[in-house]
Every structure is written in structure tokens, then in C-alpha cells.
Design a protein around this ligand. Structure first.
Ligand code: GRF
Length: 210
């Protein structure tokens, strides 16, 4: 299945995809890595892996919709069956979502529906949560709000800072995100009528990865 990965930064999740495709455990054709930041280290990871890269800097556009239109035009030339948002730090409008509805996945570093938006780890620590984690979901126009696919959870330790928690959550992300893509590429996971379906059944609760 042809796929595109959108990044803004370091790209460790992108690296997890590159590695899974490389070792034959994930049947994706990573056709392009697109970043809104020219300096994103993830672009180097893509180049090293021989994947085409594109940079579309959001700053040059008058509106989110104009930026999204440029993203759509570029991505359509690669005909992606799956679009993987991997640390892509832009809010996407319906211009983008509607062009690829049902084919866009995002990963968010919290146990959604808890803590959409930013600073998720600090918010979990401040709330005294026993568990933190990450969620892969289909992207919709609602920020971090689309149907959930899989979650990985880890205990919050007394000594945790936002940084230490983030590092452990990231390691979980590298397992659950390729797993979600594996199910999608195999045709077992689909998005229909605003919901996620696995093997023909509505996925009311996300899969749990421990
Ligand atoms: C991850 O924590 C992901 O959940 C969030 O952005 C971060 C991306 O990290 N959306 P990386 O660039 O993949 O290392």
C-alpha cells in the first residue's frame, strides 16, 4: 500500500516505520515524507532511507486552507492509500481531511480522550494519573478527536518528569503505530461512517498494547 508520512520534527516514529518496512514486517510503500519545517531531522532519516522528501513551509501561506490545498496537491501526485501523521504539528482543516478521509492516521501522546492538544505528559503528571500512554486514531476535522484504533499505556512513576515520561511513551509509540498501519494495510482495519472497524466490527474501544 502506498503511504505518505507527514512530520515536523525528529521523526522517531517515521524511523519506526522505515525500520518495520525494512525488516519486512510492514507492507507499506513509503513514497514520500513531507515536512512543514525545512530543518526537520526526520527529513534526513527519509533521505538516508532513499525516500522522496518534500518541504512545504506553512509560513508562506495566507491561511490554513491555502496551506492544506498545497499539501493535498503535492500528496495526490503520490496517490497514497494511507497518510501517516507522525509528529506533524499543524492543525489540519476539512480541506485536507475531506481529500483523504478514512486514510489519515495520527498518533497523540496521551490516552485519548484524555488530554487532546499540547503538554500531555505534564498534564498527566499534574493530575496525578497512574497511567499515561499514546493513542493512534483516524484523523478527522476534530483535533485529536477521530475514532481510536490502538493505545499503549505505561505507569507514571513517582519520579517522572514530563521529559522522562515522554521518552517512555515514545518507545510505546514505535510499537503501536506500525501495528495500526499493519492492520490497515492488510485491509482488516477501515474507517467508515465516522467509526473505526476491525474485521467487520465497530471498534468501540481501542485495542490495548501492553
Ligand atoms: C510524538 O510524541 C507524537 O505522539 C506526537 O509528536 C511526537 C513525534 O515524535 N504527535 P517523533 O518526531 O516521531 O520523534
Amino acid at each position: 500500500m502506498p503511504a505518505a508520512v507527514l512530520i515536523s520534527g525528529g521523526g522517531t516514529n517515521l524511523q519506526a516505520f522505515i525500520d518495520a518496512v525494512g525488516d519486512g514486517s510492514l507492507a507499506l510503500d513509503l513514497r514520500v515524507v513531507l515536512s512543514n519545517e525545512a530543518g526537520a531531522f526526520g527529513l534526513d532519516r527519509a533521505r538516508r532511507a532513499g525516500i522522496e522528501t518534500r518541504v512545504i513551509e506553512h509560513r508562506g501561506f495566507p491561511s490554513r486552507e491555502a496551506f492544506d490545498t498545497a499539501l493535498v496537491e503535492t500528496l495526490e501526485t503520490f496517490q497514497p492509500g494511507l497518510i501517516i501523521l507522525a509528529g506533524f504539528m499543524r492543525i489540519l482543516t476539512p480541506v485536507f481531511i475531506d481529500a483523504f478521509v478514512g486514510r489519515i492516521m495520527n498518533i497523540h501522546p496521551s490516552l485519548l480522550p484524555k488530554y487532546p492538544g499540547l503538554h500531555t505528559h505534564q498534564r498527566a503528571i499534574d493530575a496525578g494519573d497512574a497511567w499515561a500512554g499514546s493513542t493512534v486514531h483516524f484523523a478527522t476535522a476534530e483535533l485529536d478527536g477521530g475514532p481510536r484504533i490502538i493505545q499503549g499505556r505505561i505507569p507514571v512513576l513517582t519520579a517522572d518528569s514530563a521529559e522522562s515520561l515522554a521518552a517512555r511513551v515514545l518507545a510505546v509509540e514505535h510499537r503501536i503505530y506500525p501495528e495500526a498501519a499493519r492492520l490497515f494495510a492488510a485491509g482488516r482495519l477501515v474507517y467508515r461512517d465516522g467509526r473505526a472497524w476491525l474485521d467487520g466490527n465497530v471498534l468501540d474501544e481501542p485495542l490495548q498494547y501492553c
